[in-house]
Design a protein around this ligand. Sequence first.
Ligand SMILES: Cc1ncc(COP(=O)(O)O)c(C=O)c1O
Length: 401
Amino acid sequence: MLYTTKAFFDPVAGSALVAVARASGKMRLISFNLLSFLRIPLPMPRPLIAITHIAAMQANLAAARKAVPGARTWAVVKADAYGHGLAHATKAFDGADGLSLVEFDRAAQLRELGWEKPIMMMQGMFDVADIEHLVRYDLQPVIHHVEQCRMLEATPVTRPLAVHLKINTGMNRLGLMPSQVSDIFQRLASLPAVRSVSLMTHFANADSNGTMPDVAAQIAAFQRATAGLDAEISLSNSAATLLQPQVRSDWIRPGVMLYGGAPGAQSALSLGLQPAMTLQSRVIATQSLRAGDSVGYGSLFIADRPMRIGIVACGYADGYPRLASTGTPVLLNGVRTRILGRVSMDMLNIDLSPVPNADVGSEVTLWGEGLPIDEVAAHAGTIGYELMCGVAPRVRREVRD
Ligand SMILES: Cc1ncc(COP(=O)(O)O)c(C=O)c1O
C-alpha cells in the first residue's frame, strides 16, 4: 500500500504533527510533543483552557433527535463546529445522518477524517471551480441562486450530485424567490449532473412568536412555492427543532443546541441541553482595594469599601467579550462572583469577596459547566453563538469524553 507523509512542527507548542495519507485518500494525523519526547523542559502555558465535552455533544444530538422523532439530522458543524473542533464533532456526531457546513477546505477535512455519510454545503458553490471539489468529495451543495443552477448546467461532472434547493420564504438572506422555484427545480432535476433535488428554507424567527415573518407564515410560503414537487424537505434549525414541534421536516438542521447553546431567550438548562464547552482559567494575581480605589483601564469600577480582587488570565484577545461589564458572572472555585471594570487584552478582574480563601491559583470558570454561555453573552450584549465561535487560536484546547 502507498503512503505519503507530511510533517509540521509548531515551535510555540513544541508539537510535531505528522500526516500520513494512504493512496485511498484517507489520512491519519499523528501528533506528539517533540520537546517532551526529547526531554526538553517546556515553559508553563497560560492557565487558560477551553474544554470540549464530547458526552454533552452526544446528549444534545440525542435531544435533537428526540424532539423531532423520525426526522433525519444534519448536524451543523460550520465555523469549526461552532468553535468546538471539527475532529471532535465527527466523533460526537457519529450518530447524525449528515454534517452541514459552509467551508470547502473543512468539508475535505471531514472526508480525510473518515466521515463517509452525507455532507451539505450550506452556501453551495461560490465559483464554478468549486464543482470539482463537490464531485471529488461527494458534497451536496445548497442551490440558493439561479447563477448556481447555471454553473451546474454548464459543467459536465463524472459523478452526479445531490443538491438542495433553498427557497426564500421571508428571511431575505439566501434563497430563490417562490416564483422561481418550480422552474429551477425542473431544470435541476433534468440535469445529468444532478442525482436528486431536495427542498429547504430557513426560519428567521423560530425562537420567538409574534415577530414577522413567523414560522407559520414561512411554512405557508414554502408550501405554496413547492406545491406538487415531490422531494424531501429540510426546514428546522435548533429553535424550530426545540420550540416548534408542529413543523414537519424530513431532515432537521440543528446547530447551536448541539453545543449546549440556547437558540432563544429560554435557558439551555430548561431546554435540557448540556454545555459542550467550558472556558476555564486561574487567578494569577490579587489586589487589596481601599474604598475609592479603582481597577483597570478607564477606572470603570471604583470600590465602595475595602475589598480583595483577583486578576484572571483571560481577555478579549482570547475571545472573551470586551463588552462584558461589571457584574458579568464568573465561577470562582465553583462559587458565583462577578467581573469588575473593563476586560483587557489578556486579563480580567473579578471580585474575590464571596470566596474569602481564594488566592493566586484559584480556578475560574468563564462559561460552561455551571455557568451558561448565554448568560455571559447577554451581559456583553451578544449571543452564546458568538462566544463559542470566537475562542482565539492561542487558547489551549482539551477534549473530555
Ligand atoms: C441554513 C442553516 N441551517 C441551520 C443552521 C443552524 O442554526 P442554529 O445554530 O440556530 O441551530 C444555520 C445557522 O446559521 C443555517 O444557516
